[in-house]
Design a protein. Structure first.
Length: 81
């Protein structure tokens, strides 16, 4: 068994995850977008060699995130509760 790449303690209650490969935010390409239920944040995570090298809060207190997706043009859509 491999250890986790990311460990959030205390628990953030991950609800939605998507890789961003769009063209709108070119510097974010290849990032993992993570929506949370507890903190109600949208996070960006970049991993390299099985380690999280960047963890950034893109938006705070949005609401309970249920889904993340991006359109063909690269626009990011969030489904909030």
């Amino acid at each position: 068994m491999d250890p986790p790449v990311i460990n959030w303690t205390p628990e953030i209650a991950v609800a939605a995850i998507a890789f961003y490969e769009g063209k709108v935010f070119t510097r974010r390409r290849g990032s993992l977008l993570v929506g949370t239920l507890v903190q109600r944040d949208l996070l960006r995570v970049v991993s390299s060699n099985a380690h999280a090298v960047v963890q950034e809060v893109l938006a705070s207190n949005l609401g309970r995130m249920r889904a993340i997706t991006s359109a063909p043009d690269g626009t990011v859509y969030l489904a909030l509760e």
